[in-house]
Design a protein around this ligand. Structure first.
Ligand code: DOR
Ligand code: ZN
Length: 345
């Protein structure tokens, strides 16, 4: 008999679905396997108010193919103009699950993000009061700071001061890429968790740069050296409930990736679960996969885990497409560089 693993249906605690033709093409890739996802608000223009979030949620539900079961968990994009009362009202209506902090200029469509953290103090205090989590893109944007050091610098310069100044604020440090972030999260005793992407468990910076530049491995925060990848694998497979899956699956069309100034983002929605099963099997931690994909995230957000189950079966290599077609052009599916033997369903 083929080995198999049945787990509660997973959720994705960090996902880019975009809008329009791209949304229509990528949404089924996530909804096929994931029950819920935290939806990133970095559209152009960004999702900054409750009214925007409601309209975006409606567009997502309208794009969901019939018969698919998927719940988008909406977020607001924090700006220096964000009104604490609008945030509280959107939370009270059950419309939003988190607020997203992008330091201005840190990544794709982050120009409206925060420059002066004192200017969002009122929103953060309101969020602490009502228990609404803040999802954080944890990189400083100071041009003096080397891109490989930007996450570690963010912890000292921004994240820790914000958390000290706002007791009770619940924070998700998203897509952590360093042993520094893992150490910071594990050193805190409350109100802090971290998501880890699929691709950061698989690639280090050599994969991007050795033997020619690989634009489809470029994302932000950029993958770091091997020791950091190993720290992420240890955290993800440790069973520590403060770490959970946020794929950061971020589609860009091939022309935008394969360019002299290529966009940041790895598109992993299609094959994420097969890759994760492979990684957890390699680490001898298949029994901890369910915690990472399906239990720890809901526990942090105070939501029930999904009742439905999925079964992964180990067998012959699973064929995944190299690319998916979208109305905007082809999007390359993340290539882990090894055959995938775990099939979902
Ligand atoms: O690689 C990334 N892509 N990192 C981000 O933070 C944003 C995302 C995107 O929106 O494309
Ligand atoms: Zn992201």
């Amino acid at each position: 008999m083929q080995p198999s693993l049945t787990i509660r249906r997973p959720d994705d605690w960090h996902l880019h679905l975009r809008d329009g033709a791209m949304l229509a093409a990528v949404l089924p890739e996530s909804a096929r396997h994931f029950a819920r996802a935290i939806i990133m608000p970095n559209l152009v223009p960004p999702v900054v108010t409750g009214v925007h979030a409601r309209a975006y949620r409606d567009r997502i539900m309208a794009a969901l193919p019939g018969g698919m079961d998927f719940t988008p968990l909406m977020t607001l994009y924090l700006t220096e103009e964000t009104d604490p009362d609008d945030v509280a009202a959107a939370h009270a209506d059950g419309l939003i699950t988190a607020v997203k902090l992008y330091p201005a200029g840190a990544t794709t469509n982050s120009a409206s993000g925060v420059r002066d953290f004192d200017r969002v103090r009122g929103v953060l205090e309101k969020m602490a009061e009502i228990g609404l989590p803040l999802c954080v893109h944890g990189e400083v944007t100071d041009p003096e700071v080397d891109i490989f050091d930007r996450e570690a610098a963010f912890i000292d310069r921004v994240l820790d001061p914000i958390r000290r100044a706002t007791p009770g604020l619940r924070v998700v440090m998203e897509h952590v890429t360093t042993s520094d972030a893992v150490a910071y999260v594990t050193s805190q005793d409350r109100d802090l968790a971290a998501t880890i992407t699929t691709h950061h468990l698989v690639i280090n910076r050599n994969h991007i740069l050795v033997g020619g530049i690989k634009p489809h491995y470029y994302c932000l925060p950029v993958a770091k050296r091997e020791a950091h990848r190993l720290a992420l694998r240890a955290a993800a497979t440790s069973g520590d409930a403060r770490f959970f899956l946020g794929t950061d699956s971020a589609p860009h069309t091939d022309p935008l990736k394969e360019s002299a100034c290529g966009c940041a983002g790895c598109f992993t929605a299609t094959n994420t679960l097969s890759i994760l099963a492979h990684v957890f099997e390699e680490e001898g931690a298949l029994d901890r996969l369910e915690g990472f994909t399906s239990l720890n995230g809901p526990a942090f957000y105070g939501l029930p885990p999904n009742e439905a189950r999925i079964t992964l079966t180990r067998g012959d290599p699973v064929p995944y497409p190299d690319k998916i077609d979208t109305g905007d052009g082809p999007v390359t599916v993340f290539d882990p560089g090894f055959p995938l033997h775990w099939q979902v369903g």
